[in-house]
Design a protein around this ligand. Structure first.
Ligand code: S3P
Length: 185
């Protein structure tokens, strides 16, 4: 029995939630491509995210992020894939509307303490300052993650394999996977 992914799967959640890692594992499991929005933006601009923040400011980064998301959502109608979004993608109303209108959105939930442990190189995260700031920022964003999410999966104290398996089960239940037999594939 084979399964085909019918729509884009967007992974959202705070920095350190494991979005990029889970996106790669999930895509491998589903036999589709994965796309990391931050990596895509870096390639597009030929610069590190931290450098865009430092030189052009957060506003400029958010504009690029929205253009990129719009492009991905349009392209995904042809070939669904797994997309790992930057942690702040939910801050813009326009982005939230795009996410709600397209695909399945999975919120990978993490707490600030675990996120801090997972992010070894904090210089690459211009918006991850100290732990108090991270707690406050996460608290502010939780309603936005909730607003866009079709599915929420906690990642705390779970292996990559366990989280990926849970996501597969939940997106199957949400109707994002179509069963196919070898014959009619
Ligand atoms: C950001 C998260 C980062 C990156 C940028 C801003 C945020 O992505 O997009 O530094 O506002 O939370 P990750 O969530 O992949 O770290």
């Amino acid at each position: 029995m084979f399964e085909t992914l019918l729509q884009n799967v967007y992974l959202v959640g705070f920095m350190g939630a494991g979005k990029s890692t889970i996106a790669r594992c999930l895509a491998r499991r589903l036999g589709v491509a994965s796309l990391d929005m931050d990596c895509y933006i870096q390639r597009l601009c030929g610069r590190e995210i931290a450098d865009i923040f430092k030189t052009d400011g957060e506003r400029a980064f958010r504009d690029i992020e929205t253009q990129t998301l719009r492009q991905i959502a349009n392209a995904g109608k042809e070939t669904p894939q797994v997309i790992s979004c930057g942690g702040g993608v939910v801050l813009s109303k326009e982005n939230r509307e795009i996410l709600k209108a397209d695909g399945v959105v999975v919120h990978l939930l993490v707490d600030a303490d675990e996120a801090s442990l997972r992010i070894s190189d904090k210089t690459s995260r211009p918006l991850f300052n100290d732990i108090e700031d991270a707690r406050r920022r996460l608290e502010e964003r939780l309603p936005f993650y909730d607003e866009v999410a079709d599915i929420t999966v906690s990642t705390c104290n779970k292996s990559v394999y366990a989280v990926t398996s849970e996501v597969v089960l939940r997106i199957r239940k949400a109707g994002a996977l179509e069963k196919r037999t070898r014959k009619n594939k």
